[in-house]
Design a protein around this ligand. Structure first.
Ligand SMILES: [Zn+2]
Length: 357
């Protein structure tokens, strides 16, 4: 791992503070918005064309994030109008202020993939729907959560959803392979699954810059989770399938991630992320030596996150890995008489077989 880590090089060793911006390249500014989570910030990118600005991502709907935007409008963005708002994906920290920002800038077009525009709206609806809350409770119970966990996960979900403001009522659709022009550059749209359904990254071949969104992050691993609305999903397969696409880009690309610092070392980072998930899968398979409910597996696999109150996300990540193992015949899922799902290991993981030889 040391040799791989050495291949990651940061463009800056620090990040913009408060309402500061850093210039990444001519016409590309980096700003950082505060988030009220353990992951305490999200990066946004401001790109200048001759006739105005393109904004990429918004931050969550908090007064602190709005205040940073107001300072940006009064500062670096003051010299020209905003032409459009682009979203990498529909998670709260990326589109929480999308409705507010498009209005604030004069009803500019909102640009995103179809699934991400829709999924954010479904989540807004879902947070107010009794049937969705009941379904989530049944799901969590089946995976071994007790009533205290149910209450804390419901509160966590509500808190997160309260940071998602209304979405823009209309949008311009991005599709995989499209070319979009902003910041005086052409960008190829790379749509990938795993972290979100249709996450968009933007690749500028001429300047070798990748606006990566959450698909490739510099230090942390993007959240890959299975949630109550799609319990049989296999997002880890989608995520791992997306990595070769990013490895087909030049190794010396400058990567602009939505969290953490811009970096060089795209290939090494893609390999690290794949390796990270392989280790997780092996560890999870070992934990399934005894039939176990997913919440119990999550407590072993992500002990720290669970202890720090992130049990809901730890369970979602565990289920992503469990569904992947089940999908490949490495684990089985059975249902008990009282309706709980038990996961058992089906075979020894390949890496252990290799180690045994
Ligand atoms: Zn994010």
């Amino acid at each position: 791992m040391t040799t791989l880590a050495a291949e990651i090089r940061y463009l800056h060793e620090s990040h913009p503070q408060g309402t500061e911006t850093y210039q990444i390249a001519p016409g590309i500014l980096w700003a950082r918005l505060p988030l009220p989570f353990r992951l305490n910030h999200v990066n946004v990118w401001l790109l200048r064309d001759a006739d105005g600005w393109t904004l990429i991502d918004t931050g969550a709907d908090t007064s602190e994030a709005r205040a940073v935007w107001e300072a940006l409008f009064a500062g670096p963005l003051a010299d020209a109008p905003v032409n459009r708002l682009v979203a990498t994906h529909g998670h709260t920290d990326h589109v929480g202020l999308a409705g507010w920002l498009t209005q604030r800038t004069g009803n500019v077009p909102f640009v995103s993939t179809l699934a991400e525009w829709m999924s954010a709206q479904v989540r807004l609806w879902d947070s107010q729907s009794k049937s969705a809350v009941d379904a989530a409770e049944r799901y969590l119970t089946a995976h071994g959560c007790d009533t205290a966990a149910l209450a804390s996960y419901a509160a966590d979900r509500e808190r997160t959803n309260s940071l998602l403001g209304p979405m823009p009522p209309s949008f311009t659709r991005l599709r995989d392979g499209d070319t979009i022009r902003f910041g005086e550059r052409d960008w190829e749209v790379i749509v990938a699954g795993g972290h979100a359904l249709e996450h968009a990254s933007f690749w500028c071949a001429e300047d070798r810059i990748l606006i990566a969104g959450d698909q490739i992050l510099s230090r942390i691993s993007p959240m890959i989770g299975v949630f109550p609305a799609m319990p049989e999903a296999d997002p880890l397969a989608d995520y791992l399938d997306s990595l070769p696409r990013f490895k087909s880009l030049p190794a010396d690309a400058l990567v602009l991630p939505s969290h953490g610092l811009p970096f060089y070392g795209l290939h090494a980072r893609a390999d690290q992320l794949a390796h990270h998930h392989e280790l997780r899968l092996d560890e999870l398979a070992r934990l399934m030596d005894e039939p176990r409910v997913a919440m119990e597996l999550a407590r072993s696999l992500f002990a720290r996150a669970v202890a720090e109150g992130q049990g809901r996300l730890a369970l979602a990540e565990t289920l992503a890995h469990a569904n992947y193992l089940v999908g490949r015949g490495r684990a089985t899922r059975t249902k008990t008489a009282d309706g709980r799902f038990l996961y058992s290991r089906a075979e020894r993981p390949d890496s252990e077989l290799l180690a045994a030889h």
